[in-house]
Ligand binder design. Structure first.
Ligand SMILES: Nc1ncnc2c1ncn2[C@@H]1O[C@H](COP(=O)(O)OP(=O)(O)O)[C@@H](O)[C@H]1O
Ligand SMILES: [Mg+2]
Length: 238
């Protein structure tokens, strides 16, 4: 609104990627595979038992329950049975009025950096070497227990496909500038997109700058380039 150039995408793409239900819907429409999912809104809380039963029948346990709009793994829980599902849904609703429930995906967790406006390109693939069951708040920011592996230990064919899907998803969501696109790769080599972060973490242990460094862009150079492309494309962001 102030016509000040800034790094990152405008309101619509940022909001659509922030809202996990919107991300699922847009990717489903574009035939990009995500985890099977269901959405609950506050209205469903009146019939919570019935809703949870239906979802468990449909998707099976374990399940992942998430506030639709959050991040940093906050409010996210894995549910192994009916009681923990109800509990997880209540926790997620304490963070947002909209909650999504996903089938549990067992696989490697992979992340790709995408950069650019009209001809975006994808980095090589990074892998989250987790000790825990999932990449939770503590391992993201506190106990440094996660090992970032670049390039990921995956077949070349899968890596090629993941990089292409990352760029396709970036375009489908209307991303510009930069985004980190996160995936699972199952033991059957099935590629499942988890989420897109339009403003990925930029700490010294964050994946996006490390992936770009692997392409030869040092942290300082990357920041210069991000600012440069934001200024070059500023008129299109208003
Ligand atoms: N459907 C799923 N199956 C298995 N693990 C999941 C699933 N969804 C999320 N996770 C785990 O939870 C973490 C956080 O979920 P994510 O959707 O990435 O939310 P956030 O926006 O908070 O990062 C993921 O990095 C992954 O470890
Ligand atoms: Mg995530």
């Amino acid at each position: 609104m102030s016509r000040i150039p800034y790094v990152g995408r405008g309101l619509l793409a940022s909001a659509s990627c922030m809202d996990k239900a919107h991300t699922h819907s847009i990717l489903d429409y574009n035939n990009i595979r995500t985890a099977k999912w269901r959405m609950l809104t506050h209205r469903n809380l009146n019939h919570l038992d019935k809703e949870c039963e239906d979802i468990a029948d449909d998707l099976g346990f374990p399940l992942f329950v998430k506030p639709a709009n959050c991040g940093s793994s906050i409010g996210i829980n894995k549910a192994e049975d009916f009681d923990s599902l109800k509990e997880a849904v209540k926790i997620a609703f304490s963070h947002d009025n909209k909650v999504i429930i996903e089938e549990f995906i067992k696989g490697q967790e992979l992340e790709v950096a995408v950069f650019g406006y009209d001809s975006p390109f994808a980095s090589f693939i990074g892998e989250i070497g987790k000790n825990n069951d999932f990449y939770d708040y503590e391992s993201k920011y506190i106990n440094n227990s996660v090992n970032l592996i670049i390039p990921a230990n995956i077949p070349d064919e899968s890596a090629k496909e993941i990089r292409q899907i990352a760029v396709d998803a970036y375009k489908a969501m209307g991303c510009k500038g930069l985004s980190r696109v996160d995936f699972f790769l199952t033991e059957q080599n099935e590629i499942i997109l988890n989420e897109i972060n339009t403003m990925p973490g930029f700490t010294p242990i964050s994946m996006y700058p490390k992936l770009m460094e692997n392409l030869g862009m040092t942290y300082g150079y990357l920041i210069d380039k991000l600012i440069e492309q934001a200024i070059d494309n500023a008129d299109r962001n208003y």
